[in-house]
Design a protein around this ligand. Structure first.
Ligand SMILES: Cc1cc2nc3c(=O)[nH]c(=O)nc-3n(C[C@H](O)[C@H](O)[C@H](O)COP(=O)(O)OP(=O)(O)OC[C@H]3O[C@@H](n4cnc5c(N)ncnc54)[C@H](O)[C@@H]3O)c2cc1C
Length: 292
């Protein structure tokens, strides 16, 4: 199919984009890489009257280390940029691990970090990563700038804390510290497909044991989900044996997750895959040790 007719404006600045959105309240949409929006328009699942193209705002396509040792990733940083960046590899290895699971090369060459987060597909890798890393989302809108913790950003299937006329401009996250470790895994039917179940994890390690960990599961609900009870079991000082901790964490997962049934996989299968992933990802984190 072809999209419904629409107007198109190339934004000259973020504030220009915000103004265009405000002037066309109901009918305007931002387009960044177009990898999700154009597909939805071609199927007429989305028919905006006006596309506001932010794709040429090159200053939003950057990765910088801030003075307070955080990494700032511009919204227009493409998936391929994340993959190629030495700063991403050195300072936030979780994104590096996750990015090659996102779609295929052609889509990674155009799709953007900000677009993926704004699109908020529950089976997407990057939303789970920013939750595991406790990142902050930087937004510009008609009422000025604001910052939303990633853990409060995703509110439902394709729904976020972005308000009318707001543009996601950047993500900030702490760089990995010497005693920290990240892990990532997913099950998908084919390499590059959206996940059936996935897990992004980030934690602290000492003497071969996790002392803190955040587990963000994806494709198990309408948003990425932090498995807090399983995480607590994995760092429980009363259980010194890592194998026992993992067993308790696996059991606790049924309290954290309530995956849906859908034509791709049953709820029971998703839960079992989540338990398997937990074992693999945590085993990998412990084997690699801190700093990886
Ligand atoms: C065949 C196929 C397979 C895919 N597989 C995967 C996969 O396995 N994992 C995965 O995570 N993704 C997958 N994707 C999606 C892909 O990663 C997209 O790049 C991403 O979801 C959207 O990025 P984009 O820049 O193309 O956004 P666009 O398509 O331009 O926009 C998507 C939505 O976000 C909004 N938006 C975009 N940028 C901003 C912004 N800065 N501020 C506010 N709103 C904004 C738009 O208005 C629109 O609603 C797949 C896509 C295709 C076509």
């Amino acid at each position: 199919m072809k999209p419904a007719p629409f107007d198109y404006v190339r934004a000259e600045s973020v504030h220009h984009a915000v103004r265009l959105l405000a002037e066309n309240k109901d009918g305007a949409r931002i387009i960044a890489g177009g990898q999700s929006l154009m597909t939805a328009m071609n199927f007429r699942m989305s028919s905006p009257a006006l596309l506001v193209d932010i794709g040429e705002l090159e200053h939003l396509r950057d990765i910088t280390l801030t003075a307070d040792a955080r990494l700032r990733i511009g919204a227009l940083t493409r998936h391929a940029d994340l993959d190629a960046s030495p700063d991403i590899a050195a300072h936030t290895p979780l994104l590096r691990k996750a990015i090659r699971h996102v779609a295929h090369t052609a889509i990674r060459n155009r799709g953007t970090f900000g677009g993926s987060l704004s699109h908020a597909d529950p089976a997407s890798e990057l939303p789970a990563c920013v939750m595991a890393l406790d990142a902050t989302i930087h937004i510009v809108g008609p009422d000025g700038d604001r910052v939303v913790p990633a853990r409060h950003f995703f509110t439902g299937v394709h729904e976020t804390a972005l308000g009318a006329g707001e543009v996601l401009v950047a993500v900030e996250l702490d760089v990995i510290k010497a005693d920290e470790v990240s892990g990532f895994g997913e099950f998908a039917r084919r390499q590059g497909d959206y996940a059936m179940v996935g897990l992004a994890a980030h934690g602290r390690i000492a003497a071969g044991l996790l002392t803190a960990v955040d587990l963000a599961f994806f494709a198990v609900g309408s948003t990425p989900i932090l498995a807090r009870r399983a995480a607590a079991a994995l760092v429980d000082p009363a259980t010194p044996d890592p194998a026992q901790r993992l067993q308790r964490a696996r059991e606790a997962l049924s309290l954290d997750l309530d995956p849906p049934d859908d034509p791709q996989s049953s709820a029971a299968m998703r839960m079992e895959l989540a338990r398997v992933l937990l074992g693999r990802v945590v085993g990998d984190m412990l084997a690699r040790g801190a700093g990886a």
